[in-house]
Design a protein around this ligand. Structure first.
Ligand SMILES: Cc1cc2nc3c(=O)[nH]c(=O)nc-3n(C[C@H](O)[C@H](O)[C@H](O)COP(=O)(O)OP(=O)(O)OC[C@H]3O[C@@H](n4cnc5c(N)ncnc54)[C@H](O)[C@@H]3O)c2cc1C
Length: 303
């Protein structure tokens, strides 16, 4: 038995049940866009209430996991605050709202590459979004975020994406875990010490350059590699595919009135602004991704 979920017998096991969220004191006073799908409706309702009131303070942020720098999810937090800005602007209410972005690192977004930082800063300045960076978050109270120096940031609506940590089920398993609780694997996604067990995606302790991030396309790549490696093992071949040589950051960051295409690997990093069209591309990607996942549309090779 590998973990508390009962497994009777297997030839090969691929573990892929994602990550858990880091627990912050009072986190129930916040809403996360990376939580259950219903939470997106609560975020919508919270925004609608403030829009109806006509003014307010909104804080959006994300946390970090000091034990695993890849376990952060900043992209959706940036997207959320830029989209909120554009929504309020469209409703001609922006001047009545105070928007603040908070994160414990000195330069959130730095893993997207040095070219991304000036662009992010430009957007924060252009959209008049306040910044609270570089202070550890110690907890949340109703309507405020508390930092390590005991200072507080007050807000009517707090939208926060906690960093991720290893899935709680793993704690009672025999699998080798990193300090942050993720499963230790080799380059071929094979779990250390278990020749028939593979771990892929957010649940795995990824190793690589300091900018690596747990992303969906990396999870898919790891899944394809694990399947290939299992098949080759069965054939008795020595061929293997590793995830580390193909690591990259790839994201289209929607701002509500456009988007930024961000790419980074070990050779290059760039950011291409895509005014107007980028927003529609990201929406189109969402529809394509959903339809292909449920088998209602053909998946294009490599996408
Ligand atoms: C709002 C948001 C935006 C994102 N944007 C991007 C992006 O633009 N680009 C990108 O590349 N990545 C993005 N990501 C990250 C991406 O979604 C993840 O990296 C990816 O989903 C990881 O895949 P996974 O299969 O490892 O885990 P998951 O997708 O989390 O899948 C794990 C599955 O296991 C199930 N499960 C959990 N516990 C158990 C259990 N005990 N037993 C059985 N099943 C269980 C879960 O219900 C879930 O279905 C985003 C994430 C969020 C939340």
């Amino acid at each position: 038995m590998v973990c508390e979920t009962q497994i009777l017998s297997y030839d090969y096991l691929v573990v892929a049940f994602g990550a858990d969220k880091m627990k912050h004191k009072g986190v129930e006073n916040t809403l996360s866009i990376c939580g259950k799908p219903e939470i997106s409706l609560a975020i919508r309702d919270g925004l609608d209430q403030l829009i109806e009131k006509g003014s307010g303070k909104i804080a959006v942020g994300f946390g970090g996991n000091p034990k695993d720098k890849s376990a952060v999810r900043g992209g959706p937090a940036f997207e959320l605050i830029f989209n909120i800005h554009n929504l309020l602007k469209k409703k001609k209410l922006r001047q009545n709202f105070e928007l603040t972005f908070f994160a414990p690192m000195e330069q959130p977004g730095t893993r997207m590459g040095q070219n991304a930082l000036p662009m992010l800063n430009k957007l924060f300045d252009r959209y008049h979004i306040e910044k609270r960076f570089g202070k550890k978050i110690t907890g949340f109270e109703p309507n405020s975020i508390v930092f390590e120096d005991e200072s507080k940031l007050n807000a009517d609506l707090i939208l926060f994406i906690p960093a991720s940590a290893g899935h709680r089920v793993l704690q009672s398993s025999d699998l080798p875990l990193s300090d942050a609780g993720f499963i230790r694997i080799d380059n071929f996604c094979q779990v250390h010490g278990y020749s028939e067990v593979y771990a892929i995606g957010d649940i795995a302790a990824m190793e690589g350059p300091e900018w690596i991030a747990k992303q969906g396309h990396v999870a898919e790549l790891m899944g394809r590699n694990a399947a290939f490696n299992i098949l080759e093992t069965e054939k008795g071949s020595e061929k293997r595919k590793g995830y580390q040589e193909s690591l990259n950051i790839l994201c289209v960051m929607d701002t509500g009135d456009g988007a930024a295409f961000v790419f980074r690997n070990d050779k290059k990093s760039f950011l291409i602004p895509m005014p107007i069209v980028g927003h529609w591309m990201k929406k189109g990607w969402g529809t394509y991704s959903k339809l292909t996942k449920v088998g209602k549309f053909l998946r294009l090779p490599g996408m």
